[in-house]
Design a protein around this ligand. Structure first.
Ligand SMILES: [Zn+2]
Length: 251
């Protein structure tokens, strides 16, 4: 039985609403029953799922506004950035693992036919390795990319707010990794990441331009700053990707 208490069962404060204003506990707290346990399991799972799906959707439909809102304080409905990126990366890595197994089963382990002891062979090998840990790579880039975006618009947001921004963007990139990996199943087991990287950098550019600038702001300096920032970030990523072996060195 649920009952409404006038004193908080958790901290003893007087309650006049759905929640205690001192500690936040609900005023409807009764005995623990089987039904209560079942309800709490179901509702906590649904809550996690709702927050997760809501964040996923918002970051697709209105990424800049929702991240800006989160930074400004509209946070209740959103999945916390770090938890969100960890879950997205974990799901992605697991799916990539499954797709990899499938590709190997269908095309064998030597589906990349390149002569051994050549530079191309080395590139192909590192690329296969990288494919597995791609999501992790982007995750590790978050602090570096955040230094860039923070330095370019230093007065608008602090470094940690830039971390939040780039964490959400990076988490969302996992969707593209999944799509890219799925295409491997319909191709010969290989994948070209170029189109996905172009989509990714367009997404970054779009989100940044709306995140960092005010709607009425169209000064030439801001536009130039934005363009340099995007070019810089593309360079950092491609350098990282070249070292990781997924692309031939661009330099
Ligand atoms: Zn209380």
């Amino acid at each position: 039985m649920e009952q409404i208490n006038t004193t908080c069962k958790n901290c003893g404060a007087t309650v006049s609403g759905k929640y205690c204003s001192e500690c936040g506990q609900s005023s409807k707290v009764g005995r623990i029953t089987f039904r209560f346990l079942m309800n709490s399991i179901v509702s906590s799972v649904l809550e996690i799922e709702r927050g997760f799906l809501y964040t996923l959707k918002e970051l697709l439909v209105r990424p800049a506004q929702s991240i800006k809102g989160y930074v400004a304080g509209k946070r209740v409905k959103f999945y916390k950035p770090f938890a969100y990126v960890v879950i997205m990366s974990t799901i992605t890595s697991f799916l990539v693992y499954l797709i990899d197994l499938n590709v190997h089963a269908r095309f064998g382990y030597n589906y990349v036919e390149i002569d051994e002891n050549t530079f191309e062979y080395y590139l192909a090998l590192t690329s296969i390795f990288f494919t597995k840990y791609q999501s992790l790579f982007y995750f590790c880039m978050i602090p570096i990319i955040s230094i860039c975006s923070w330095l370019f618009f230093v007065k608008r947001f602090n470094y940690w707010e830039n971390i939040v921004l780039n964490t959400y963007i990076t988490a969302q990139f996992n969707l593209l990794i999944i799509i890219a990996q799925l295409t491997r199943l319909f191709m010969d087991g290989t994948v070209s990441y170029t189109p996905y990287l172009i989509i990714y950098f367009t997404y970054i550019g779009f989100v940044y331009s709306r995140f960092f600038t005010k709607p009425d702001e169209k000064s030439l300096l801001t536009v130039i700053k934005m363009v340099i920032l995007i070019i810089l970030i593309v360079l950092i990523y491609t350098t990282g990707l070249s070292f990781a072996g997924i692309m031939s060195p661009w330099w």
